[in-house]
Design a protein around this ligand. Sequence first.
Ligand SMILES: NC(=O)c1ccc[n+]([C@@H]2O[C@H](COP(=O)([O-])OP(=O)(O)OC[C@H]3O[C@@H](n4cnc5c(N)ncnc54)[C@H](OP(=O)(O)O)[C@@H]3O)[C@@H](O)[C@H]2O)c1
Length: 287
Amino acid sequence: MNPQNEILITGSRGQLGSELKRLLGDSATYVDREELDLTDAKAVTDFLRANNFKYIVNCAAYTAVDRAEEDKMACAAANIDAVKNLASLSEELGYRLLHISTDYVFNGDTCTPYTESDRPEPMSVYGSTKRKGETALIGLDPSSMIIRTGWLYSEFGHNFVKTILTKLREGAALRVVDDQYGTPTCAADLAAFIAGHVLRGHWNAGLYHYAAEGVASWYDFAVAIAAEAGIEGANISPVHTADYPTPAARPHFSVLDKSKIKATFGITLPYWRDSLRRCLRNIETNG
Ligand SMILES: NC(=O)c1ccc[n+]([C@@H]2O[C@H](COP(=O)([O-])OP(=O)(O)OC[C@H]3O[C@@H](n4cnc5c(N)ncnc54)[C@H](OP(=O)(O)O)[C@@H]3O)[C@@H](O)[C@H]2O)c1
């Protein structure tokens, strides 16, 4: 840890945190649970008061969507209480806090992409705690930024792409839901946006949606992974959500409208399948 840096990345061993670390290298300070448990309010307060960061990018979260249904307290501690504490401290100490949230704040009861002004109505403990974290942050630190994203994958950490690849290479027959639609989003792309725009002084407080372009079901995503990885004879069957029950309910449609972030920052976004191809190449190259 180098506490002289202006940028603090939390959740640095997760997907997004790892992608930011790859881009920012020595120019940021990185903490994950081992170095700084964000649910330990005193430790976080002491750490932030003892340092002089300009930016905090909060990539830490309780992200196990199904486990959260049983593990409500731990999920709330990381996704609500820890965010409240970070927000109060950022406001008090003048840090710019960028927080990451999720498309799972929506209930999916639509077929048009969600804008930032659409009403959240989470269907799961995870979605509900992420929404409460957002509202707490907006109330406590109005100068903060929140970026909602969805269906994140990366060459780092655990995610759908790596799980599907492993199972297909083992020759498994897969059943994948074909009636939940979203946009697979590569954490490397989001990290590049954060590092190249937000942390370069282009700070715009408020709530934004970031995802790749396009729409897919989980089934489409799995089929694309097989095709882009060159796996022949992949055995993937579509199933309905009703035939594949999970502890947490998920939205049938959680595509995000990205007009605001594109207009505010003057960016274009990659098409999801192009990003998937790049990520798979990196997985091949880096092992
Ligand atoms: N993954 C997705 O599909 C997805 C979709 C939409 C939005 N998001 C949001 O995007 C952000 C980044 O997600 P991600 O996929 O990069 O997450 P991730 O891979 O699960 O990484 C989260 C990291 O936060 C750490 N963490 C959890 N609780 C902590 C605590 N109390 N103190 C310190 N560190 C803690 C985790 O450590 P442990 O491993 O030890 O718990 C992990 O290293 C999150 O806010 C998430 O809600 C993710």
